[in-house]
Design a binder for this molecule. Structure first.
Ligand SMILES: [Zn+2]
Ligand SMILES: [Zn+2]
Length: 221
């Protein structure tokens, strides 16, 4: 029977990497690299491998459910990181430290929502006299648009308006601290470790037999 990744359910090919996790189940390199790549764990918002360890214990003890949470948070962090790099407005909350960002198209979308909410409110007032159902639907739409309106001058996490612009300088510093923390954490997955041994094999430091033995051990074959 072909083995499937316990997380993404992708089948393993002959050469695909698999990493043993709990209960004789395996995680593929895609999922594992996402979860174990040190960089991804260290978020500017304080999400880090350390944070995950504080909540769930060290990596070796994680269940599949915890792995799934870690991967989800990792992906979320990845999205936030992309936004931080690509969006031109970066704000930092002075109260909780949260960094959030937006660009011109976010502002435009927000303004459209505001116009929509206003329009729907007007419609619901007019229709209230003639058709109660339509009024309910319209005001429902208005509430929906209203609830999605963002105040960029407030922290989305703690709602404080005590915010300031997050400077390019700070971003540079943040990046440096990301790489430092990553080194300190030294998270090495089996797949990463295997890559290391493959390099050693390729450069002739270890023999094919030694590599094969290590591979068997690391992949739990
Ligand atoms: Zn997978
Ligand atoms: Zn805040």
């Amino acid at each position: 029977m072909a083995k499937l990744c316990a997380i993404c359910k992708k089948g393993f090919g002959l050469l695909s990497m698999k990493v043993k996790i709990a209960d004789n189940q395996f995680m593929c390199a895609d999922c594992n690299l996402l979860a174990m790549g040190g960089d991804f764990y260290i978020a500017t918002n304080g999400k880090s491998y350390r944070d995950l360890v504080a909540r769930f214990g060290t990596r070796e003890t994680w269940t599949i459910d915890v792995c799934k949470i870690a991967i989800e948070e990792t992906r979320q962090y990845e999205r936030e990181l992309v936004e931080l790099v690509t969006k031109e407005h970066r704000n930092k909350c002075n109260v909780c430290g949260h960094v959030y960002c937006y660009n011109q198209s976010d502002i435009a979308a927000n303004n459209a929502l505001k116009t929509n909410a206003k329009l729907n409110n007007t419609i619901s007032v007019f229709t209230a006299f003639s058709d109660l159902t339509t009024a309910a639907v319209s005001s429902g739409n208005a509430d929906n648009a209203q609830s999605r309106i963002v105040d960029f001058n407030k922290c989305p996490k703690c709602n404080s308006s005590n915010i300031r612009a997050f400077t390019d300088e700070e971003w540079e510093k943040e990046k440096t601290s990301i790489s430092t923390q990553t080194t300190n954490n030294t998270i090495v997955s089996s797949a990463d470790e295997l890559k290391k041994y493959k390099e050693l094999l390729d450069s002739g430091v270890i023999s094919q037999d030694e590599f094969d033995a290590k591979k068997k051990q690391l992949l739990g074959l």
